[in-house]
Design a protein around this ligand. Structure first.
Ligand code: 1AE
Length: 424
């Protein structure tokens, strides 16, 4: 039985006949030409032919733009079972052909069968840190380039003493002579143990895996050998299949955190690129990210709230198939079954401070990681107080207590509110 992966596009054009355009995509990105083929050749090519599932045209509204949402079904026998092949098929040349944005992807069961998804997932990460009843808290190293190991170790210790559950490298910290990865892991895990003796808190340190693609797995394993208990990875700079390979490696026995660096080159335009929910949601989870960072609607790098909610749905729910439409062809596989991959942890990030925690909990509930760099290190009483202020804000939000009330008698939270305010 033929399986189809379905791509949904938003195509902008002042004059085009959108049905003709849809047919052009379906044929052009699969068999190339159709009506010119002799009947015998058409019969042989039919299983490979892309199909127009729907064309929903929108006449100019308030924006004055004319566009259509077009769904095309691509036979999965046309491409190998990997993300690069799928992306090149559905949006390779097309991404450069006028104003067109890839809004969504639905995967056939046969295509999905090539993937294992996250190895740990949200629940596995919770188990590693032993926290099941609140959002987790992560802080980010800030100002790391040019620092030596003792300086980094001290910065780690101060963050850890604030009661954070995870600490991540800054994504711009690459392999370097001052803090090479194995030495960095040893120094930071030593500080993690020191902090744990004081706070009782288990902690994951996501160390940045960098360098030539062919050496990433080896570097990750060396870091794990030195004690690393999580990895950070700049997925979009390397490609989704590199993430999939790391996640599928049996010797990589720790969660992988996906950083969204470079995503802004791809998702923000309404006219071009790939929707955030596909880029930072479905494809990240498919490729095996246990934890996924993305800009939030609340902080310094703003992503619209509906995009954030669509990413959350893609990362944590099982209803990817909910709006799958079977292609109108005999022998097409039935709608895909609900997803069985583990959920990935969503991490709305950038410019987060304690005064934003109620909004994060309102939108994401308990199953999120509150993540901050400047919001921890910029606390007037230091990074440890910065972490404490966040923990207090999380407690307040989970108990639906207004932050300003909860701050009374809690100097760390009060000081954070005094400088950053509260948005509820
Ligand atoms: C969306 C990525 C956020 C990130 O990596 C980062 O470093 C945030 O830092 P702050 O919290 O904005 O200081």
């Amino acid at each position: 039985m033929n399986g189809y992966c379905i791509a949904t596009y938003r195509v902008f054009d002042e004059k085009a006949d959108f049905h003709k355009k849809a047919l052009g995509i379906a044929v052009g990105l699969t068999v190339g030409s159709w009506t010119d083929l002799p009947a015998a050749k058409q019969a042989a090519m039919e299983p490979h032919l892309g199909l127009v599932v729907s064309v929903e045209a929108h006449e100019p509204g308030a924006s004055g733009e004319r566009y259509a949402d077009i769904r095309i079904a691509y036979p999965d026998i046309n491409f190998s079972g990997d993300i690069p092949a799928l992306l090149v098929t559905v949006f390779g040349k097309l991404s450069m052909d006028g104003r067109v944005k890839l809004l969504d992807l639905h995967f056939s069961p046969r295509f999905l069968a090539n993937f294992a998804g996250p190895k740990f997932g949200l629940q596995g990460v919770r188990e590693l840190v032993g926290v099941h009843d609140r959002p987790l808290l992560m802080s980010i190293f800030k100002s790391v380039i040019g620092h030596d190991l003792p300086a980094l170790r001290e910065q780690f210790l101060q963050q850890a003493l604030g009661g954070v559950d995870l600490i991540k490298d800054d994504e711009i910290l690459f392999e370097n002579p001052l803090t090479p990865i194995e030495k960095r892991v040893e120094a930071c895990m030593f500080a993690a143990a020191e902090a744990q003796r004081e706070t009782g808190q288990k902690l994951l340190y996501a160390v940045n895996v960098t360098g030539p693609a062919a050496k990433l797995a080896d570097q990750a394993k060396r870091a794990i050998g030195a004690g690393a208990n999580a990895l950070l990875f700049n997925v979009l700079a390397y490609g989704f299949d590199t993430l999939r390979e790391l996640a599928a490696d049996e010797d990589i026995t720790v969660p992988i955190m996906a950083h969204p660096a470079m995503a802004g080159a791809l998702y923000p335009s309404p006219h071009y690129g790939i929707a955030a929910s596909v880029l930072l949601g479905k494809l990240m989870r498919l490729a095996g990210a246990d934890i996924v960072l993305f800009p939030s609607p609340y902080g310094s790098v703003v992503m619209p709230r509906e995009d954030n909610m669509a990413i959350r749905r893609a990362l944590v729910t099982t209803d990817w198939a909910a709006d799958y439409v079977s292609p109108p062809v005999a022998g097409a596989a039935a709608d895909p079954a609900p997803l069985t991959f583990k959920p990935s942890f969503p991490v709305p990030s950038a410019g987060i401070h304690p005064g934003l925690v109620p909004l994060i909990v309102r939108d994401f509930g308990q199953d999120t990681i509150v993540n901050a760099g400047g919001g921890v290190h910029g606390h007037p009483q230091g990074a440890a107080a910065g972490g404490r202020a966040f923990r207090e804000a999380i407690e307040a939000a989970c108990r639906a207590i207004p932050l300003r009330d909860y701050a009374a008698g809690r100097p760390a939270l009060q000081a954070a509110i005094d400088i950053w305010g509260v948005r509820e």
